[in-house]
Design a binder for this molecule. Structure first.
Ligand code: PMP
Length: 415
């Protein structure tokens, strides 16, 4: 069981009030808040060890390098991966682009196909669409069932001709909350082509579930630090070292080379080959502290907390007048990002009324425009939970929705 009152005290932002209202933060799926340990770790670096990494031989630089590399190993430990496979990037978007540029554009040829799904965030969709344009590749999308799960029978048909050489899909949907059966879908892809590369977007999974990449059998996995209670400006591509060895660098310059002559260059070892220039040092140090914070709570405990609380929020929203929840209704295979629409009220109006009451939710297309079209909605409201939320946060959400309905919902036109 999480001691949510104690956890809340660790987050300075959550001490704020909005007017007369307590801040109710229901937007961790967009960006989690930052606990004190992360702020302190970054502050310590700037105050005591500020210097560049991998270059200096003096104590400050050695400490900075150790802190930066500790961020990498912490992430590897969290995800059951080899630290040599962890490339630190700016965010999950850059991690997906790294695979698109470093692998897909160099190894897939005209006539090859990419398997994706209709529920992808633009970050895990547009880079592969762009690569497909460049290399004349075919894109195939796994559809969803009416309750927001991937249709695995359709996936089997989509790979049946053996032309799918690369697959990119999300672990947890940021809109529907669906937890996808990653190992099963990877198995479907590999059954049709044992050499296919499987890339997974773990941005919404890593902060909320225990993830063991060795058990999931994927080749690469994208995460983003700011959803993991870490700072903005840091993420990672966590890949099998063998995949990184086959990838071309995406950015070139300092730090990523072994040797440079006037005629050319040879590359540094993985993962440094993919980290050109001075990296995000304070951010990597902060990420290491954030991973430690989540590990201390225990990812299995975090998941159990979100299952219990998510069930409560789902039930509360389902019972609220005029509310339609999208995605799976059972917490066994969904995370605690809950999208809904309210009859007769635009999501932006709901968001504005809630915001004035101190309740922070996300409204819009959530960077999933193709999925929105599938759902027949231009936008939804999304309430998302994390370690600092508890049952007290449900009432302000429901009261705000009801107030917005009273303000905006148009009365039904009499027949
Ligand atoms: N994938 C998913 C599922 C996401 O929810 C997000 C963030 N909304 C991203 C990728 C992109 O993360 P970032 O903006 O940090 O690159």
């Amino acid at each position: 069981m999480l001691d949510v009152a104690a956890i809340r005290r660790e987050f300075p932002t959550l001490q704020r009030r909005i007017g007369d209202h307590r801040l109710v933060y229901l937007d961790a799926a967009a960006s989690a808040q930052t606990p004190r340990v992360v702020l302190d770790a970054m502050d310590r670096y700037y105050r005591t060890a500020r210097s560049n990494v991998h270059r200096g031989v003096y104590p400050l630089a050695e400490e900075a390098t150790a802190g930066y590399e500790a961020g990498r190993t912490a992430l590897a430990r969290l995800l059951g991966a080899d630290p040599r496979g962890v490339v630190l990037t700016r965010n999950a978007t850059e991690a997906c682009n790294l695979v698109a540029y470093g692998y897909v554009r160099h190894h897939l040829r005209a006539g090859d196909a990419i398997l994706s799904t209709v529920m992808e965030h633009h970050a895990n969709m547009v880079p592969f669409w762009h690569a497909a344009q460049a290399n004349d590749l075919e894109l195939r999308h796994v559809p969803i069932t009416s309750d927001g799960r991937l249709d695995l029978d359709a996936a089997r048909e989509l790979v049946a001709d053996g032309r799918v050489r690369f697959a990119a899909f999300t672990h947890v949907s940021n809109v529907l909350g669906t937890i996808n059966p990653v190992a099963e879908l990877a198995g479907i892809v590999r059954a049709a082509d044992p050499h296919a590369v499987v890339h997974v977007d773990g941005a919404q999974a890593a902060p909320h579930l225990p993830v063991d990449l060795s058990a999931l059998d994927v080749d690469s996995y994208a995460v983003t630090g700011h959803k993991l209670c870490g700072p903005t400006g840091i993420g990672a591509l966590v890949a099998r070292p063998e995949l990184l060895e086959r990838m071309e660098p995406f950015m070139t310059g300092g730090e990523m080379i072994r040797d440079v002559t006037l005629d050319g260059a040879t590359w540094n070892e993985i993962p440094h080959r993919f980290e050109a220039g001075t990296p995000m040092i304070a951010e990597a140090i902060g990420l290491g502290a954030a991973v430690g914070f989540l590990e201390d709570l225990g990812l299995d405990v975090v998941r159990a907390h979100e299952v219990e609380l998510g069930g409560m929020f789902l039930a509360g929203l389902r019972d609220a007048a005029g509310v339609e929840v999208h995605g799976p209704t059972d917490m066994t295979d969904r995370g605690a990002a809950i999208s809904f629409t309210v009859e007769g009220v635009h999501p932006h109006d709901i968001g504005a009324v809630l915001g004035d009451r101190g309740v922070c939710v996300r409204v819009g297309h959530h960077c999933c425009k193709p999925l929105m079209r599938e759902l027949g909605a231009s936008a939804t409201v999304r309430a998302s939970l994390h370690v600092h939320n508890d049952a007290d946060d449900l009432e302000p959400l429901l009261e705000g929705i009801s107030a917005a309905r009273a303000m905006f919902a148009r009365p039904a036109v009499p027949a």
